[in-house]
Design a protein. Structure first.
Length: 166
């Protein structure tokens, strides 16, 4: 009986890729981690935007109070998204209130220069308002605003924040 000589195979080279199971396992783990991390990142994003809104409110309030101290009277009321003209010189350099992409507007109402019988329906004479149209952002602003302002009225459903100046 003649046996055929055994053919020697070259040693198997290590594979240079990943198996399908390994790839699916990595994708699954990344998916789980992202579902845990995204809500926290989203809240951090809203908190940063809300901090900017609250800081802008503080700057506007301070400029209105500075105007009142300099001139002895409050500036005239303006419509949504427009600051009173005289307050621009009292704002710090480089401040921009263009938050239209965030759907945020500011408004100043002056009832102090009218008769005492004409006041805001809440009884305030001079108020600063911010309207935040994104309800999630409005909720974060509502959590930050009471820490920044002594007197503030908040309507979370409408995203309306009222700061009483007088």
């Amino acid at each position: 009986m003649n046996k055929a000589p055994r053919v020697q195979r070259p040693p198997k080279a290590p594979s240079k890729g990943f198996t399908l199971i390994e790839v699916l396992l990595v994708v699954f783990i990344i998916g789980i981690l992202s579902t845990l991390a995204i809500p926290h990142l989203r809240h951090a994003h809203y908190k940063g935007r809300a901090t900017k809104i609250v800081e802008d409110l503080r700057i506007i309030r301070n400029s209105l109070l500075s105007y009142h101290l300099d001139k002895g009277t409050w500036p005239r009321s303006r419509s949504w998204g427009r600051l009173p003209r005289g307050t621009l010189s009292h704002l710090p350099a480089g401040i921009s209130f263009d938050l239209s992409s965030w759907e945020t507007e500011y408004k100043f109402n002056n009832y102090a220069n009218k008769s005492q019988s004409w006041r805001d329906k809440r009884g305030y004479a001079v108020i600063l308002q911010a309207r935040v149209r994104n309800i999630e952002l409005a909720n974060v602003v509502a959590s930050l605003a009471p820490n920044m302002f002594d007197i503030v009225r908040i309507n979370r459903k409408r995203g309306l924040f009222i700061i009483i100046l007088s």
